[in-house]
Design a protein around this ligand. Structure first.
Ligand SMILES: [Zn+2]
Length: 126
């Protein structure tokens, strides 16, 4: 398993760090040192308690569909229609992902890889 610190180039986790890890097939997020709340995005402070004491972590690759929506008119960089979901990972962290299969809320999914577009890479679950 990769070490999250391998990808963090600045003082704290950034969107670029997450993108670099995703291109290597690694899901990166951050965890609050004070309350343990996890997030799949780079945030300046914990969205749960406001603490700025967060640490980059490698996220688990299994989870379930928390909510999903079908995008029928995609932005220019994407082919559509496609499904986007919030996946709740096994440690409770939620992140936004592209979904490759037909899913419903509560379905088990796992990290399948990355969509590499000109814009930021996005995780794919299915
Ligand atoms: Zn917190």
């Amino acid at each position: 398993m990769s070490d999250a610190a391998d990808y963090v180039q600045g003082e704290r986790l950034s969107d670029d760090d997450i993108a670099r890890a995703l291109r290597d097939g690694v899901l990166l997020g951050q965890e609050c040192a004070d309350c343990g709340h996890g997030t799949g995005t780079a945030a300046a402070a914990c969205s749960h308690c406001g603490s700025r004491d967060t640490t980059a972590v490698v996220l688990p690759e299994d989870g379930e569909i928390y909510t999903e929506t079908r995008i029928n008119v995609p932005p220019p960089a994407f082919e559509g229609p496609y499904t986007v979901a919030i996946v709740e990972l096994s440690d409770g962290t939620r992140l936004t992902a592209h979904i490759e299969s037909d899913v419903s809320v509560g379905d088990a999914v796992s990290f399948q890889g990355t969509i590499a577009e000109d814009i930021r890479p996005a995780p794919v679950f299915g």
